[in-house]
Design a protein around this ligand. Structure first.
Ligand SMILES: NC(=O)c1ccc[n+]([C@@H]2O[C@H](COP(=O)([O-])OP(=O)(O)OC[C@H]3O[C@@H](n4cnc5c(N)ncnc54)[C@H](OP(=O)(O)O)[C@@H]3O)[C@@H](O)[C@H]2O)c1
Length: 517
């Protein structure tokens, strides 16, 4: 079934470069970055000169660092790891001990990079990946600037990749942008939101903007509302230290949920040039009606899970019983909100967003519900207008990656009866599955200098501007009823009430697939 368009070109390895990973002994490096590099290597997408330099505080030499990675990374690559590909990648990995706060570490780093540039013919092309706790982002950027490492020399380039979270409110995000810009120009900065690296999110662009049947109905005339769900079945795991400070709102909304919203709601860009796309994404975020304090009370919902039973029958503790969480914690583990976009395309169409931990399943999906058809034809039959479910388009980001369209069909037989059925496109069926951490495309794009899938400074700030009033009101009015939903459920009752007030209800995740059951 699979085919590619004649225009499709096989990707080629970008020119060699040195990827400097600050936090080279950290969790992200072993779980995501190195497995992603392995996957790129196994697809032939790393140039022979490509080199990694891990930087961390532990005292190791190259050999000991490689042994350490060899112990942990293959487990995250998974079965089928090819020893030759992994061995070859390992041989190109080096290590530099240094404290991120120590200026001398950057002087040593500069000397090491100059040596590696010569030995590996990497031409001054350096990708600085900040896989570090967020408190170091500004500091490392500044130190790189002071050491002259942000300066692009002829033929070379210097780029910096900044992980999430990008700030914890508007003021801190602005301050971090300012600090980055002291050393790096905006086009040297790559702010990661790994959701945008997911094939299925990128496919929303393709689906919306290359299919002539989609765009004409993608507006307020045909769309009733949009639901965006990012649910996790896991609890806080071992991240309580971070999560207690962040909560679900900061952790998920300004980045992942608003990224999804912007891809679904943006206007077509003039092309795939990074700034053309990011202009449109920022524009749509800026068109969202800011929530007034009284609207925060009516149009947002927060919740925290208590002990409960998951769908597999396991009993799990409540958030306040998790290790590292305060027994009286008021941190929210669930958020739902209703946003309205003031644009010609979306006026009057609510976008409902929800995200939470310890939900019954791990789903990321967008449901676009269309308006009811008039159904006059059926008015005298058993089928009445509101008995007929509206059409729905479901963009499944995970799991069962694909797109489903739910529509109505006549049940065979002499009576007029309709049933919702589905048309379903599954990625796995058409394209098979390739091992992916979600970071492959993003790292590749950094190496070729394509910032389309990365957040620009103004996009990040537009997201925080939206979230800020919610943080203010929630901060001023601590919740009184936490925990307010049982683990293994879809959040507090107020989440259902948010839609019920508008005569709507959340669709069960994987709704198209369920119709087929
Ligand atoms: N882990 C994930 O799966 C994941 C997923 C998405 C995003 N992220 C983001 O990615 C970033 C990195 O996460 P992570 O979990 O990998 O962080 P991490 O393991 O806590 O830290 C990364 C490394 O930095 C080292 N380090 C800390 N302070 C240092 C200093 N002053 N000088 C030199 N090295 C120092 C740590 O050493 P110690 O262990 O000795 O402190 C650790 O080896 C974070 O911004 C996180 O939000 C992570």
């Amino acid at each position: 079934m699979s085919d590619t368009t004649p225009a499709a070109q096989a990707p080629v390895p970008p020119p060699s470069c040195i990827m400097v990973i600050f936090g080279g002994c950290g969790d992200l490096t072993r779980r995501k970055l190195l497995p992603a590099l392995y996957n790129l290597a196994s697809q032939g997408l790393l140039d022979g000169g490509f080199t990694v330099l891990g930087v961390d505080r532990i005292d190791l030499d190259d050999i000991a660092y490689r042994a350490r990675l060899d112990d942990s990374v293959p487990g995250f690559v998974g079965e089928g790891i090819e020893a030759q590909v992994w061995g070859d990648l390992l041989s190109r990995i080096h290590y530099q001990q240094g404290d991120f706060l120590d200026p001398a570490a950057y002087t040593r780093l500069a000397a090491r990079l100059a040596g590696l540039d010569q030995a590996r013919a990497t031409g001054g092309r350096h990708l600085f990946y900040l896989a570090t706790p967020p408190r170091f982002f500004g500091e490392i950027a500044q130190q790189l600037g002071r050491a002259g490492l942000a300066q692009e020399a002829e033929g070379g380039w210097r780029r910096i990749v900044v992980e999430k979270p990008f700030g914890n409110d508007l003021a801190s995000a602005r301050a971090l942008n300012q600090r980055l810009h002291e050393s790096f120009d905006e086009d040297q900065v790559f702010r990661i939101d790994h959701y945008l690296g997911k094939e299925t999110v990128q496919n929303i662009f393709a689906y919306r903007f290359t299919n002539s049947t989609v765009e004409p109905i993608w507006n307020r005339r045909y769309v009733d509302h949009v639901e965006i769900t990012v649910s996790e079945s896991l609890g806080v795991e071992n991240r309580a230290g971070y999560y207690e400070q962040a909560g679900a709102l900061r952790d998920m909304v300004p980045n992942h949920l608003l990224s999804l919203l912007s891809v679904v709601a943006m206007e077509p860009a003039n092309g795939l040039e990074a700034n053309a796309v990011r202009d449109e994404q920022t524009k749509v975020l800026r068109a969202i009606q800011p929530l007034l304090p009284e609207q925060v009370l009516t149009d947002t919902v927060r919740g925290q899970y208590g002990l409960g039973v998951m769908p597999d029958g396991s009993r799990v503790p409540g958030y306040r019983e998790e290790p590292g969480v305060a027994p009286d914690s008021n941190t929210e583990t669930f958020v739902a909100m209703k946003l309205m976009i003031d644009s010609w395309r979306w006026a009057g169409v609510p976008f409902y967003l929800r995200t939470g931990k310890r939900m019954p399943g791990r789903y990321t999906e967008v449901v676009v519900e269309f308006k009811h058809a008039p159904n006059m034809l059926f008015r005298d039959s058993r089928v009445r207008r509101y008995n007929v479910p509206p059409n729905m388009l479901v963009l499944r980001i995970q799991p069962n990656e694909g797109i489903g369209m739910c529509f109505n069909a006549k049940v065979p037989g002499p009576t007029q009866e309709l049933r919702p059925v589905e048309m379903n496109f599954s990625y796995a069926d058409y394209f098979g599955t390739a091992p992916s951490t979600g970071y492959e495309t993003l790292i590749y794009d950094c190496m070729i200098g394509d910032g389309m899938l990365f957040k620009r400074a103004d996009t990040i700030e537009a997201g925080w501007e939206l979230v800020e009033p919610v943080l203010d009101v929630w901060g001023a009015l601590p919740p009184r009823d936490f925990p307010d939903y049982a683990a293994g459920t879809w959040g507090p009752p107020e989440s259902d009430a948010l839609l019920a007030r508008d005569g709507r209800r959340w669709k069960p995740c994987d709704v198209c697939q369920r119709h087929g059951d």
